[in-house]
Design a binder for this molecule. Sequence first.
Ligand code: FPP
Length: 256
Amino acid sequence: MASDLAIGAAIAQSTPPGTTVPRHVAVVMDGNGRWAKRRYMPRYFGHKHGVDTLVRAIDLFADRGVEYLTVFAFSSENWKRPSDEVSGLMGLVLVAVSKYLDKLHRDGVRVRIVGDRSSVSEKLLQAWDRAEKLTEGNRRITLAVAFNYGGRWDVLQACRQALAEGLKPEDLDEGELTRRMALGFAPDPDLFIRTGGEMRISNFLLWQAAYSELFFTDCLWPDFGAAEIDAALRAYALRDRRFGGVDADSPAAQRA
Ligand code: FPP
């Protein structure tokens, strides 16, 4: 059983209630395919524009004070897509690294890749390694790219690590697990955004998003610009974050 202390420590990793700019924003970048289809173009065209949108979004979020941005680039389930789309997405990552890595580095972005690396090509692993090494000293914003990532995989791999390290069942608590999760270096996401009109979590950050504020928008990812970012941040600033407790001063508590 996790102690109150361990639960408190896990919650304390998130932004304290009352802080209006989220420290950590997580995004499901959905809608690239539909965006391309509306233009009578192949899905790859949408993903390519999605990368450009992401690069602009990193800068916009950083300018607004967000410290961590985690994006869902390829899920454990995306292997089920047609093989040309899967290989297109893999190739796009390589193109994106060679096109944008220097810019991200100049802009003070620290890049981290999170996900299951076991079924990813050597070429991709090398590109990620280069991106992570080059940018590891940057602190303006941390971009975590979730690739071949699934929330259930993440919980499982953290448990496996703990077992392999010989942790006793009575010593396993929320803090021990959190440290072994793929985003163990970051606070929990404060704001979870999904573009593209669907209202699902889709196996993204299941553990870490326990107390995230959710924001869903119909905007398709390639169209997600400054106005949409500001709308999401404004909505977040109006939320009452209570982490399962009651804040006597909160508008919600006063209405009750
Ligand atoms: C969902 O749109 C989007 C994806 C599965 C991929 C998102 C990836 C990128 C934006 C590229 C990221 C690349 C790097 C280098 C970080 P969808 O295809 O499901 O769109 P749809 O719902 O309209 O079909």
